[in-house]
Design a protein around this ligand. Structure first.
Ligand SMILES: NC(=O)c1ccc[n+]([C@@H]2O[C@H](COP(=O)([O-])OP(=O)(O)OC[C@H]3O[C@@H](n4cnc5c(N)ncnc54)[C@H](O)[C@@H]3O)[C@@H](O)[C@H]2O)c1
Ligand SMILES: O=C(O)C(=O)C[C@]1(C(=O)O)C=C[C@@H](O)C=C1
Length: 377
């Protein structure tokens, strides 16, 4: 693909983003929000590049890395993890700008960091692994959002040899994510991500498989799969290539976790077989207690907002009905977003308030108008 005209002159620092999908596009947007920067986008799919250019996420587009990474000040690799490993090899073979920071956004960090130690140790380049712990089941650059990582944890896995000043430099590049940076050992990262993200994903996909099989005999089943099933399996709609790679690169963590999961299932099976009512209730009570105590996303280190979620039916004018109720009571909101998570059932509006008291007032008056309103997502 030929270079297109640049919005941002070459005099600006340059960021090269490899893989213009959901995460690459979102990171690029967040960098743009805080920096005067020239962004070069690289993707194997020309349609993604065209879209990224049309959405003004990038200034120039390439289908290979040669032309765009060599003079970059920061290189962000945002492809599925196996491709990221290949990209690292390709980048290391090229002459790079002295002092360049290279980072990735992959969901696993152990294999990536091991490779980076071999490839970049002798170079005037710093590799710092990264993983923003937020995303979506939707892939592709069209879903990119500059605020995707707001308030989310953003894991960084600098190698032991990496200077703290370089980590701070990367954080400055990524400051527009408004994320909460946390430095982790790569293996610990993989253990934690395995438990909060990777194993749940396997379980979600397996529940969908089970439903699909049963639906062959009971076609109505798909229509009955409502709230609970959709909530727990939303993530099964995510990009299969991305998840294939995650399982491949985190196998040593996931295999024992899956054994443990199967043994937990056997324990529950025994409780049911034995009619152990007390044991079953304890199983759910303990899970509820722990789940209810998990910190909610909105409590960030950066100034937080108070969120309220409103179920809304899918009809024209519904948003103005909700905002109208708030306006009638003189309550201001700082943000409103239509959540996609349950789009097939009902819509969910997320309203953000500056003060907790405003949220409570909003909740009271919306409930009085028969809206279904709740505080945690
Ligand atoms: N989706 C999430 O929720 C999420 C969250 C955090 C991190 N991640 C990680 O981010 C990375 C990207 O995920 P995504 O959700 O943005 O996926 P995506 O499918 O939306 O985007 C991936 C992009 O990489 C491009 N690509 C593939 N091979 C390439 C190559 N050889 N050269 C250049 N471009 C190539 C694809 O064309 C696509 O545009 C993955 O490593 C994933 O583990 C994903
Ligand atoms: O919200 C979702 O759809 C996600 O699955 C995001 C999610 C996660 O499991 O939390 C998925 C993989 C990424 O590595 C990080 C975030």
């Amino acid at each position: 693909m030929a270079n297109d005209t640049s919005e941002h002159p070459r005099g600006y620092p340059k960021a090269a983003v490899i893989g213009l999908g959901l995460i690459g596009g979102s990171v690029a947007l967040s960098i743009r929000a805080r920096h005067q920067v020239h962004i070069s986008g690289i993707d194997v799919h020309e349609a993604s590049l065209r879209m990224a250019k049309a959405l003004e996420i990038i200034d120039e587009a390439h289908t290979s890395i040669e032309e765009s990474v060599q003079d970059a000040d920061i290189i962000i690799i945002a492809t599925p993890v196996s491709k990221t490993m290949e990209m690292m090899d390709e980048i290391a073979r090229l002459p790079l700008k002295a002092g360049v920071i290279i980072t990735d956004v992959g969901s696993t960090k152990g294999t990536v960091m091991k490779k980076s130690e071999c490839l970049f140790r002798e170079k005037e380049a710093t590799f710092i692994g990264g993983h923003p712990m937020a995303g979506s089941h939707k892939s592709g650059v069209q879903g990119s959002r500059g605020d995707l990582f707001e308030n989310a944890f953003y894991c960084l896995t600098p190698g032991e040899e990496v200077d703290g000043a370089e980590v701070e430099r990367l954080k400055r590049w990524l400051t527009g994510t408004n994320a909460r940076f946390i430095e982790l050992d790569p293996n610990l990262h993989d253990l934690l991500a395995g438990s909060v993200s990777h194993l749940p994903h396997i379980v979600a996909a397996s529940l969908v498989h089970q439903l699909a099989e049963l639906q062959q005999h009971h076609p109505v089943l798909g229509d009955l799969a409502a709230g609970g099933f959709k909530d727990i399996t939303r993530i099964a709609s995510a990009n299969p290539i991305m998840w294939r790679d995650i399982l491949v690169h985190n196998r040593h963590v996931l295999l024992p976790m899956m054994e443990r999961w199967q043994s937990d299932m056997q324990t529950i099976q025994s409780l049911i077989e034995e009619g152990d009512d007390t044991g079953l209730q304890r199983f759910f009570s303990e899970a509820k207690q722990y789940r209810d105590g998990l910190p909610s996303k909105k409590k960030g280190a950066i100034p937080s907002f108070y969120d309220l979620f409103v179920d809304v039916s899918d009809h024209p004018g519904v948003i103005s009905e909700v905002t109208g109720v708030l306006a009638d009571h003189g309550i201001s909101i700082t943000n409103i977003r239509i959540m996609e998570a349950r789009e097939d059932i009902t819509g969910v509006l997320r309203l953000s308030f500056r003060k907790e008291a405003d949220r409570q007032k909003g909740m009271d008056c919306l409930e009085a108008e028969q809206f279904s309103v709740y505080i945690s997502e």
